[in-house]
Design a binder for this molecule. Structure first.
Ligand code: ZN
Length: 297
């Protein structure tokens, strides 16, 4: 039977009385190595709080194909380095930074960073992992090129009225006609109108579409500023800033039935309930993110 005790010879070097200069050298080496690695593999407990972002996902090309397909009015093509717009503008796909903090990821993303977290299409909603906000990272110049800059009054002129849940007197909402978002939302409305009556309360009155504003607590534009997002009834909504746990982190919570989410997704809209920084009444037109689960692996 093997002895449960470690032999004295290997225990000796860890004994406190031996922890002198000889141990400090390797420790200093580890610290230097840590600086070079950037992301900690040596002290995983520390790295969780300081995770760094920026590496393009493996399937970036699949997302770029989808950008070209769904936003063909604005985007013409891409190659290994650039995304090309029809107006002659080109954007670097990657800024080659892999050391962004989460705040930098949100405020200074490149094109590839928009796809850092796969949207969990078809998944049962649950507490998302820390900082997993698929769709919340947007490369602003691309969205301004498509929808206009609302601060210069460029978005308003593209807004279109559509009837919201006409069978249930939902009134009308305004949404951009760029990229066919108005037609997509009309199809959403048509499908939602057929849902059982007990689900209609979640959908009306709506809590707004176009609104020229930045995301709360940041300096970047909300999808509402492009006229390409819709908030359903705020009465049944949950928002991460309203419920923080003892550590000051979002505590996920949701009342929105999944049938509603599936209908929006079918027509190109993603749901804010899949975000770590969640917003369960929020839907925005982002068909490029609705990659079937098997190819997102
Ligand atoms: Zn919203």
């Amino acid at each position: 039977m093997p002895s449960p005790f470690v032999p004295m010879s290997s225990r000796a070097s860890w004994a406190p009385f031996n922890f002198g200069v000889a141990m400090l050298k390797p420790f200093a080496l580890l610290c230097v190595l840590q600086l070079f690695l950037g992301v900690s593999v040596l002290f995983p407990a520390v790295s969780r709080a300081d995770e760094l972002y920026g590496s393009p996902p493996k399937n970036t090309k699949e997302y770029l194909d989808r950008l070209v397909r769904y936003y063909s009015g604005t985007i013409s093509s891409y190659d290994d380095d650039f995304l090309y717009l029809k107006n002659g503008t080109k954007f670097h796909i990657s800024d080659h930074r892999t050391d962004k903090t989460f705040q930098e990821l949100l405020e200074r993303p490149d094109i590839a960073n928009m796809f850092y977290a796969p949207y969990p299409m078809g998944a049962i909603p649950k507490q998302p992992d820390k900082n997993v906000d698929p769709g919340r990272v947007r490369f602003e110049p691309l969205f301004i090129a498509m929808y206009g800059n609302c601060k210069n009054n460029e978005v308003f002129k593209n807004l279109q009225h559509i009837n919201w849940l006409p069978k249930h007197d939902g009134g009308s909402v305004t949404i951009t006609r760029i990229n066919g978002v108005d037609r997509a939302l009309e199809e959403v409305s048509r499908d939602l109108d057929e849902l059982p009556n007990d689900l209609i309360k979640y959908l009306k009155p709506t809590a707004g579409t176009y609104n020229c504003r930045v995301v709360a607590g940041t300096n970047y534009m909300s999808m509402h500023g492009y006229g390409a997002a819709l908030d359903i009834n705020s009465k049944y909504s949950s928002y991460w800033r309203w419920v923080l746990n003892d550590q000051g982190e979002p505590k996920w919570k949701n009342q929105i039935p999944i049938q509603i989410v599936r209908i929006f997704e079918k027509h190109g809209f993603i749901w804010g309930g899949y975000w770590y920084h969640y917003d369960t009444m929020h839907f925005e037109y982002r068909p490029e993110l609705l990659v079937p689960a098997e190819s997102a692996e």
